[in-house]
Ligand binder design. Structure first.
Ligand code: ADP
Length: 550
C-alpha cells in the first residue's frame, strides 16, 4: 500500500471479495464487502469497496473525500486504480444505510432519534468549514457502523460551495431537493439544509418522503404549491420548528448549520429511556447538619432548581420547629435561608409548602396561607399577592399548596380549601380558576400544558386547562404502598414521588396516563425535582437532599 497525496493506493490483489452480493448499488456502480489484507498492523481489515463504472466520476469523489476526516463521515481508506478497475476503498459500515434501517419499520427510541439527529447534522458543519456542499444529503447516503454511529457517505455529487449552477437531473433524489434547484437549477449555500430537514423528518417518522410519487408530482407540490411533508403532532415542538425552518422556500430564511446544531443540542434532553434506565449515580448529599444551624433541614416539603445559577431551594421544616426555604448552591453549600413566617401582618405560623422559580428567577412560595410570597434570587422579600378564585362559594380561609408555572409563564396555584387551581400572571393578576376533584396539593404541567395534580393517598389525575379529568393514574400492580408526594414533569414525562418506603420510589407516567416505569434509585422518597435537561435528579429523604446524576 503506497501513500499518494491524501490517500493510499491499494493493489487489487490485496483485496478479497467477502460476499458476492453487493452491499448496495448506486447510480454509478456497486459497493462490495471485501477484505483488505496488507498494510494494517492487525493483519487484515474488512472494507467496503465502491466499484465505479466511470473513472472520472470516481476521481471526482476521490478528490472530494480525500482529506475529510470526521467521525460522522465515511472514511476513505484508499483507492484501487488499475487498468479498467477503479474502486474507492471505504471504511465498512456494517449496519447498512439509514434508509434500509428505517425501512425495516423500526421506530427509533427517543435517545436514538436525538443521537442520530445530531450525527446527521455534524458532518454538514464540517463540510461548511471546508467550503463544500454535499448536494446529495438523504437517508440512503447516511450509513450505520457496527456501533450504531451515523456516517455521511457518497460524495459523488459534492461541490465547492461557490459553484452554484447545477442540474437537477444529476441526482435521483427529488424528495430531498430544495426548491431552488428544482425550479431554477441553481444551488444555494443552504441547499443541504433543506435536505437535512427531510432527513430529520425521516428520523422522526421512519417513512420514505413523498413515497410512491413521481418526481414531476413532487416538483409540483413542493415548488408550485409550496407544500411540505406533514410533520406529525407527536414530534417534539422544537424539532418541528427546526424542520419547518429548514424547509423555507427562500434559502436565506433557513437556519445556518450552526443554528441547526444548537437547536438540536438545546432540544436534546435526557430521554425518558435514559431517565428510567439510568444509571443514576449519587453525586452528593447535603442539608444534614446536626443542631440548630441555619442550613439545617428537617422534613423537606418541596424542592426546586433555579435554572439561572443551579441553586437548589428546599422548603421545609427545620428541626427546632421553625420553617424555612433553604437555598444551597449546586455544590451543596448552604447559601441562605428565607424565613417565610417573618412578616408583621401574620398572626399565625405557616410552613412553606411548595417552592417554584419564576420567569425572572425569583423564588415563589406557597405557605398554607392565602398568599403567594415572592423572594428574589438572593432571598430578599419582593412581593406577595393573594390567590383566590372569584366564585362566591369560596371558603374564607384559604390554604395554598400546589404551585407550578406553565409554558405561557402563568402561575398555577392550588387552593386546597376549595379544591381550586387558580391561574395568575406572575405579578399576581388573577386570570381564572378551575374546580378539581382532589386537593391540588402537588401540581405540575407537562410540555403540552396539561395539568397533573396529586394528593396524599389518592391516585393522581391529569386534567385539561379547563379542569376536565383526562386520565386518572393507576398504581402499577407491583407497588402496593403508594402515597404520592411531589410531582415533576420532564417534557411529557410525569414523575411522581412516593412518601412510603418502597423499592419503586419514583413512578413515571406518560402524558396520556400510561405507566412507563420507575426511576432506578432506591431508599429515597420525596419530594423531587430535576434540572431542565433531565440529567440531575434531586430527591429529599427527611432532612437529606440527594443529588443523582446521569
Ligand atoms: P452511489 O454513489 O453509486 O449512489 P453510494 O455510495 O450511495 O453509491 O452507495 C450505494 C449503497 O451501497 C449505499 O446506499 C449502501 O447501502 C452501500 N454502501 C455504500 N458505502 C458503504 C459502506 N462504506 N459500508 C457499507 N455499505 C455501503
Amino acid at each position: 500500500m503506497a501513500s499518494q497525496g491524501d490517500f493510499n493506493r491499494i493493489k487489487r490483489s490485496d483485496l478479497k471479495l467477502v460476499n458476492k452480493q453487493p452491499l448496495g448499488e448506486g447510480g454509478f456502480g456497486s459497493v462490495y464487502h471485501m477484505n483488505l489484507s496488507k498494510g494494517f498492523l492487525r493483519g487484515s481489515v474488512d472494507v467496503a469497496a465502491k466499484k465505479l463504472l466511470r473513472r472520472d466520476v470516481g476521481l471526482h469523489e476521490l478528490e472530494m473525500l480525500s482529506g475529510l476526516d470526521h467521525p460522522n463521515i465515511v472514511k476513505l481508506i484508499g483507492v484501487v486504480d488499475e487498468d479498467i478497475e477503479f474502486m474507492l476503498i471505504l471504511e465498512l459500515c456494517e449496519g447498512g444505510s439509514l434508509r434500509s434501517y428505517l425501512d425495516k419499520g423500526r421506530r427509533l427510541t427517543l435517545k436514538q432519534f436525538y443521537d442520530w439527529l445530531l450525527q446527521s447534522a455534524l458532518p454538514l458543519e464540517f463540510l461548511k468549514q471546508k467550503k463544500l456542499l454535499h448536494k446529495d444529503v438523504k437517508s440512503p447516503n447516511y450509513l450505520i457502523t457496527a456501533d450504531k454511529t451515523l456516517k455521511l457517505g457518497d460524495f459523488g455529487l459534492a461541490r465547492n460551495i461557490e459553484r452554484t449552477i447545477s442540474n437537477a437531473s444529476e441526482t435521483g433524489s427529488h424528495p430531498w431537493m430544495a426548491p431552488e434547484l428544482l425550479t431554477d437549477g441553481k444551488l444555494s449555500p443552504k441547499y443541504d439544509i433543506f435536505a437535512l430537514g427531510v432527513v430529520i423528518w425521516e428520523l422522526w417518522t421512519g417513512q420514505y418522503p413523498h413515497k410512491g410519487l413521481e418526481w414531476q408530482v413532487i416538483v409540483m407540490k413542493v415548488c408550485n404549491r409550496g407544500e411540505r411533508l406533514p410533520i406529525p403532532d407527536d414530534c417534539p415542538e422544537p424539532i418541528k420548528q427546526l424542520i419547518d425552518r429548514c424547509w423555507k422556500t427562500n434559502w436565506k430564511d433557513r437556519p445556518s448549520i450552526e443554528e441547526v446544531i444548537s437547536a438540536i443540542t438545546t432540544a436534546y434532553p435526557a430521554t425518558q429511556h435514559q431517565i428510567m434506565s439510568g444509571p443514576w449515580k449519587l453525586e452528593r448529599e447535603f442539608g444534614d447538619q446536626d443542631g440548630p444551624q441555619a442550613g439545617d433541614l428537617y422534613a423537606a416539603k418541596s424542592i426546586a432548581v433555579n435554572p439561572s445559577n443551579g441553586d437548589v431551594a428546599i422548603a421545609g421544616r427545620r428541626r427546632w420547629g421553625t420553617s424555612r426555604v433553604n437555598v444551597y448552591s449546586d455544590h451543596g453549600e448552604f447559601k441562605f435561608s428565607i424565613n417565610t413566617e417573618k412578616r408583621p401582618e401574620l398572626v399565625k405560623t405557616f410552613h412553606p409548602r411548595q417552592v417554584a422559580i419564576s420567569s425572572c428567577h425569583d423564588y415563589m412560595v406557597t405557605d398554607g396561607s392565602g398568599h403567594m410570597k415572592i423572594y428574589d434570587i438572593n432571598g430578599k422579600f419582593k412581593d406577595q399577592w393573594e390567590s383566590s378564585c372569584s366564585q362566591e362559594s369560596r371558603q374564607l380561609f384559604i390554604r395554598l399548596w400546589g404551585l407550578a408555572i406553565d409554558s405561557d409563564g402563568h402561575v398555577l396555584v392550588g387552593d386546597i380549601s376549595n379544591n381550586h387551581i387558580n391561574t395568575h400572571r406572575q405579578d399576581g393578576t388573577y386570570l381564572d380558576s378551575i374546580k378539581v376533584g382532589i386537593k391540588p396539593r402537588f401540581i405540575a404541567v407537562t410540555s403540552q400544558d396539561t395539568i397533573v395534580i396529586a394528593d396524599w393517598n389518592k391516585p393522581p389525575q391529569i386534567v385539561s386547562k379547563t379542569g376536565q379529568i383526562m386520565h386518572t393514574l393507576k398504581y402499577p400492580d407491583n407497588v402496593s404502598l403508594w402515597d404520592p408526594w411531589g410531582v415533576y414533569c420532564h417534557g411529557d414525562m410525569i414523575l411522581i414521588g412516593n412518601q412510603r418506603r418502597c423499592y419503586k420510589p419514583i413512578l413515571c407516567y406518560s402524558r396520556s396516563g400510561g405507566y412507563l416505569g420507575h426511576i432506578p434509585i432506591s431508599d429515597v422518597s420525596f419530594p423531587l425535582a430535576m434540572t431542565p435537561d433531565g440529567k440531575k435528579l434531586m430527591v429529599c429523604e427527611g432532612f437529606k437532599v440527594k443529588v443523582f446524576s446521569l
